[in-house]
Ligand binder design. Structure first.
Ligand code: ZN
Length: 313
């Protein structure tokens, strides 16, 4: 296509080789000639031209928007998989995702921060490797259901004992609170000391009450089972899911990633780290007893669950 064809009719300044002023140029760009129409200057009427359009209508429209100053700066937003999920270890800010030459990567935008970018596929590999740690071996697949059943049975028995013990403890704390008030009234205790001890006792009682509520519902046993179900399929879910689901999954099992320029770490959330590192529970050695490890692990998880709030999808 020649320059003349691009510029269109009746703009003689090109032929006379004079410089194009911005206004003239704008007038040229406003001419619908390029989309196959003829506009009569005199009447303002527009007709279908006999020539073929040179540019598509949407491009013409965008040019008009730009000329009108109506065009917003179009930021091409890529909903990148790990957006806001990785933090720069040096400055603490989230790494910003970008797409360059068809490859997604994330880098720290803080000025003068030495942390450079990391490619999305590298992050993805790190995460899949991590999630693979949650997968069960064949031996575990055989042994876990039985271990879980036994553990749940003992949980039921243990729960009755726990309920009794907790109720007793709550009663004792209540008595101690009453005595504390007596001590204050009798002048055996000053107000600040009284307040301090009272707060401690109230906190202790609250904790015991929460544990009692949990013991009564048998929540721990159900939660543990849900978590195990989720953990063992986390890897296969991750590799087959949509980006949004992947993000959700990552956020359930790990905290935000931390990148220091070299190493990328996704710290486990409880109890997924315990599950991933289950082999470390036993005293090591090649003769690791799979069933025994899981018995220990279930106890560890259930115990810690009283203070943490684990999640399962
Ligand atoms: Zn940084």
């Amino acid at each position: 296509m020649s320059k003349a064809a691009l510029i269109g009719p009746s703009h003689g300044m090109l032929r006379s080789n004079k410089s194009l002023y911005i206004q003239n140029f704008a007038a040229i760009l406003r001419n619908p000639f390029y989309i196959g129409l003829i506009r009569l200057k005199a009447t303002g009427e527009t007709f279908q031209g006999a020539h073929s359009p040179l540019i598509p209508k949407h491009l013409f429209d965008r040019v008009q928007e730009a000329l009108d100053g109506r065009m917003k700066h179009r930021v091409i937003r890529h909903d990148l998989l790990f957006r806001k999920l990785i933090r720069c270890k040096m400055c603490g800010y989230s790494l910003i995702g970008e797409v360059k030459r068809n490859a997604a990567y994330y880098r720290c935008h803080t000025q003068d921060c030495p942390v450079k970018g990391i490619r999305q596929d590298v992050i993805n590999t790190a995460l899949t490797n991590r999630l693979q740690m949650l997968e069960l071996s064949e031996k575990e697949q055989v042994c876990l259901p039985a271990v879980l059943r036994r553990w749940q049975q003992s949980e039921v028995e243990g729960r009755h004992a726990a309920i009794t013990a907790l109720e007793l403890r709550i009663g004792q704390i209540t008595v101690r609170l009453e005595r504390l008030t007596d001590a204050l009234i009798e002048g055996l205790l000053d107000k600040p000391a009284y307040e301090e001890r009272k707060t401690a006792l109230l906190m202790e009682r609250r904790e015991a009450e929460e544990q009692l509520a949990m013991a009564k519902t048998g929540q721990a046993a159900t939660e543990v089972e849900k978590i195990l179900e989720f953990a063992k399929s986390a890897y296969s879910l991750y590799v087959s899911q949509s980006p949004e689901e992947k993000r959700e999954l990552v956020q359930i099992v790990t905290s935000n990633g931390v990148f220091d320029g070299k190493t990328l770490d996704f710290p486990w959330k409880f109890p997924y780290g315990e599950i991933a590192n289950r082999w470390q529970i036993a005293d090591g050695g090649p003769k690791r007893n799979t069933c025994r490890i899981w018995e220990c692990l279930l106890t560890v998880i259930a115990k810690s669950m009283k203070t943490s709030r684990p999640q399962a999808a």
